[in-house]
Design a protein around this ligand. Sequence first.
Ligand code: B12
Length: 210
Amino acid sequence: MDVTDEILGEALKHFDEAGIASPVQEPGAVLVLGLATKPGQDLDEVYFDGSRMRFNGWRTHVKPRIEAVLAAMADRGLEASAAGWWGYPMSLDIEPGTELMHLKGLAVTAGLGRQGRNTLVLHPRFGPWWRLAAIRTEAPLRSTGPGRYDRSEHPACRDCRACIEACPTGCLESYRLPDRRRCRADVPDEPVRGLISWCDCCLAACPIGR
Ligand code: B12
């Protein structure tokens, strides 16, 4: 068992899915982690502290898992850090000039799934009902996937347009969401109570992982 298998084994003690996208940075790799949405594990749970939105679900369910994986990597002498807050990179968190980490592309690169028409990465078992997080490391870990961002059509979506038809605002095009402000899940830069309405219509319509 090499260091890549050991790290993946550690990650899978805490997450439902794990893979490595490499080489996406030189030197090193990105450990891509997936957590399925389950009853009692609502990663979308948010609450408001004044006008600030707090991602309580992510804090409760993802943060301790990320910390456990980081600790296991540190025990092996591997330098690593969570991408963005607790593995969730948002444009709000990244340094000026730094590119936003595209978790969906990384998950595809790591071989964990492929993007569907709803733009989400469809997992063979969970379908769109899983969330992604990432850990950057300089350790030379072995890639678990094709090592490139495959943008070919998802076979399961070829004859299916269920997500496009289910979108209540019509903002979803095949494999693209050209204007995110029209998506009901859009989060304004300065969240204010009442503005957020999570919408899972394009997930609920997907026949994969039901
Ligand atoms: C910004 C953002 C949003 C925006 C914009 C969404 C979007 N589609 O871009 C808004 C607020 C609308 C949003 C909504 C949601 N989001 Co969001 N979001 C993000 C964030 C922060 C960045 C996404 C990004 O980079 N978008 C940029 C665009 C350009 O990327 P793209 O959609 O993949 O576009 C590519 C494809 O179109 C591809 N392409 C073009 N043509 C073709 C053709 C084919 C055949 C193929 C295969 C590909 C392809 O090329 C484009 C460029 O690479 C990520 C976290 C992260 N840092 O990655 C989460 C993330 C993508 N969101 C996620 C989720 C779950 C959601 C919601 C379900 C939330 C909710 N409960 O409502 C909805 C789903 C809406 C939807 N159908 O996308 C998850 C997705 C997990 C998964 N299974 O894939 C992520 C990864 C967050 C996480 N930590 O898990 N989100």
